[in-house]
Design a protein. Structure first.
Length: 518
């Protein structure tokens, strides 16, 4: 068969979405294209069956080339996604991310030489199906001024009729959903309950736990299940992250304990074995009841570990306990510091006096705050407030600790009335803590989230992503994505996410700024 035959017969084959969950098997021939380099080309939409806005581009060329593929945006260059694939070859199977739903997507395929010079450009189209009904409405309240695409990865809790499996999605700065997962027909993940949601691994894949199966999973951006780690009979809740060495830190429910959400494990990435365990019943005081709550039985769920952060310089972990505070622990499960009001800290389960690890707050002039009411959390100082029922401890590039301060039971009275992103400078030697940055107090109930939520640092913009996931917007359950310039505290982007329906008014657990291609 000659080359012309292949051009006529196989050029520009693509898959059309033809079922509710966008799983498509049929291929249709595309138009004839006059090409000096392309011998074969085809496109398969949603090849895994679980990522409806992805495609696989098959390409065969007559000589070795590099390939760059662009999904042409609806909103100009700032919404166009371009990816230059690294390998030079004559046969390609290229993963395409960032299609629009219910749209005749235009793909620009550029063939390049080793110097990046364009040899040939062709355009193909892909028709996609509408979004599933479980996904939300997204309102852009403050438009971004970015001239390049910016993507927000939402660990979504909303739904229309099917709460599980949970469905993460990515939307761009124009409010367009450009990627999502739908595991409703997956043989293993069809009841996925991921709690805090998914994070990005160093290899570009996604990492998540599943409270339904109590397994940890690695999933690629095309929706393929790559790897699974067993929790050996223990339960998953809230959070799993990757250490720099590839091992996994996981919050678990220890099957051998009468309490829950108070044990952390490290999984050896290669062997799957537990290489370390932190039992908070030993390092802390599981009888402390300073922070009462109507959301949990503290005799059963006394700590409620809701997030992990890893401290590389000293190989220690930082754990957020919703009803206790923030604690930093060594690899030997010894306390380094405690960020919490000083009320009712006694001895640990292993008999260590915990008050020695409490931090003394400093004012703006670096003087110790000695007011007992401030230390105990009964009242606030003009320069300092403790965090309350917090989530999402993260280490900033300067080494400081930033927290999403939810504000539930603030100063031991009622709810809120505000949530904050707050940054603390901690001196571990002198056991002091200084509040150096905060945002959210002035917005009050508009961005108050009693539960869930996250802060993160966006290095490209020197900004803070402040994401209250269970806020209420004009009486409707909603989540907010607020990007704040770190230097000026001006809002440079804001969106409101409005699900069709929610559980406990939770729109999402958290939002991450993430590139589609890593």
């Amino acid at each position: 068969m000659n080359r012309r035959y292949w051009v006529v017969l196989a050029l520009f084959m693509f898959v059309l979405a033809c079922s509710d969950d966008n799983i498509v098997d049929n291929m249709d021939p595309g138009p004839e294209i006059d090409s000096d380099l392309i011998e074969e080309i085809n496109v398969q939409l949603n090849p895994s069956g679980y990522a409806p806005l992805t495609a696989l581009l098959g390409l065969k060329t007559s000589e070795e080339v590099f390939v760059e593929v662009s999904v042409i945006g609806k909103n100009g260059n700032a919404s166009t996604i371009s990816n230059r694939f690294q390998q030079e070859n004559t046969v390609f199977n290229l993963e395409i991310l960032g299609l629009y739903a219910n749209h005749l997507n235009e793909l620009q395929v550029d063939l390049l030489d080793a110097n990046g010079t364009s040899l040939e450009t062709q355009t193909i189209t892909i028709q996609t199906a509408p979004l599933i009904a479980d996904l939300p409405q997204i309102n852009i309240d403050v438009p971004s001024k970015s001239s390049s695409p910016e993507f927000n990865f939402v660990n979504y809790f909303g739904f229309n009729q099917n709460f599980r499996p949970q469905r993460p999605f990515i939307f761009d700065q124009f409010g367009e959903i450009r990627w999502y997962l739908n595991f409703i027909s997956h043989p293993q993940l069809n009841n996925l309950f991921y709690d805090n949601g998914m994070t990005r691994l160093q290899n570009g894949n996604l990492l998540t736990g599943d409270g339904f199966t109590s397994n940890i999973h690695e999933i690629d951006m095309m929706g393929n299940l790559i790897n699974t780690w067993s929790l050996q009979g223990n339960g998953f809740h809230h959070h799993v992250i990757e250490k720099p060495n590839g091992n996994l830190l996981v919050t678990i429910n220890d099957i051998n304990k009468a309490t829950v959400e108070d044990v952390i494990i490290e999984i050896d990435r290669s062997s799957g074995e537990f290489s370390n365990t932190w039992d908070l019943n030993n390092s802390l005081d599981n009888t402390r009841r300073a922070w009462p709550t109507d959301l949990a039985d503290l005799n059963f769920d006394w700590f409620h570990a809701n997030a992990i952060e890893y401290s590389s310089p000293d190989d220690e972990i930082i754990i957020s306990g919703r009803t206790q505070g923030i604690v930093k622990l060594s690899a030997e499960n010894e306390v380094s510091y405690i960020v919490a009001p000083h009320k009712e800290w006694n001895t640990s389960g292993s008999g260590i006096e915990l008050s020695q690890f409490l931090l003394t707050p400093l004012d703006a002039q670096n003087q110790e705050i000695t007011d007992e009411d401030v230390l105990l959390g009964n009242t606030n100082h003009p320069d300092f407030e403790w965090s309350w029922y917090q989530h999402s401890p993260i280490l900033m590039p300067n080494g400081n600790l930033m927290i999403f301060d939810n504000g539930d039971n603030r100063n031991y009275t009622n709810f809120g009335p505000y949530s904050r992103a707050v940054e603390y400078e901690i001196d571990e030697v002198n056991k002091t803590i200084k509040q150096v940055w905060s945002y959210g107090k002035d917005r009050g109930e508009e961005t108050y989230a009693r539960i869930v939520s996250k802060v993160s640092y966006v290095s490209d913009n020197n900004s803070i992503l402040f994401t209250p996931g269970s806020s209420v917007d004009n009486g409707t359950a909603a989540g907010k994505v607020v990007e704040v310039d770190y230097a000026t505290k001006q809002v440079i982007f804001e969106a409101t996410i409005l699900p069709p329906s929610t559980v406990f008014n939770i729109s999402f657990h958290n939002v991450l700024r993430m590139q589609l291609y890593d």
